[in-house]
Design a protein around this ligand. Sequence first.
Ligand code: PEP
Ligand code: MN
Length: 329
Amino acid sequence: MIVVFKKDTDAAYIGSFEKYIKSLGFDVCVLGGNTAEIKGDTALLDTEKIKSFGMVESVTRLSSPYKKVSREYRKEDTVIKVGDVLIGKDLTVMAGPCSVESEKQIIEIASAAKKAGASVIRGGAFKPRTSPYSFQGLGKDGIKYLVKAKQETGLPVVSEIISKDYLDEYADIDILQVGARNMQNYDLLKALGKTDKPVLLKRGMGASIEELLMSAEYILSEGNGKVILCERGIKTFETMTRNTLDVSAVALLKKLTHLPVVADPSHACGMSSLVKPLSLAAVSAGASGIMLEVHTNPEYAFSDGAQAVKPEELKEITDALKNIWQFVK
Ligand code: PEP
Ligand code: MN
């Protein structure tokens, strides 16, 4: 980390700065010309803290603020085994409705999704909705029905957890999803870091790639290395799509981190007709798979019907993905 002091900062001031940084356990090398280099594991150092020194002009990191999630920390791809699925190695298609609406609905959709090539079933039970008047999910019953769909299909299941208070309810859920709105709920991230369950961490709609990696770092720093990152579209100036799928983020994340990366084309575009091309784009860019919304009756879905594909479209998508997977894996 390079620290540049303001012009005319006297040597005594730099000396006391050096002493303070050394007291925190770092080495400091004063380079002359009002510049100092802080050496050691500077991921543990907050740049804001350094900037609060009145005579500091600028602070530049030479290494990333995240550590355990980085490629430097671990060169090989992390592979997460969920049931028979190897996420990060095998092409993974997580599919299901936005919300679990009834026992019959989730079992019907899960069975159709399995036939269409899905390897993990999704379904929201506790729903974080933008409006408090929108359907909030079936809660505990939703989880119960999703677990029935798991037993029925033999496929693992993923569902969003919105509070650490509900952790006990998720005992039979295979992957805990942290939604975009909760990506920086650090209390939740820390609690999930203390479990040994795989976590699907979605990128916040206004979060940078570095912020996503820092959120993952929260989970890894507590001991849980089973994190899957999910690009689900970010807010841009564009109004014709719900969000904008950041394909560059998928490609860049593959370079920056060893963690598996998947994409959610459904929430990225908000319309079912774009789900196939976005799925292909994401996997071509390096995603290990996708998570998408599927419904047997999208017009009557309790939430996100416009972006749900039908099982027959899911089949087309998984077939096309398998074709490109052989070239990109
Ligand atoms: C979801 O997966 O249904 C969901 C609410 O996603 P996001 O957190 O990405 O909006
Ligand atoms: Mn949804």
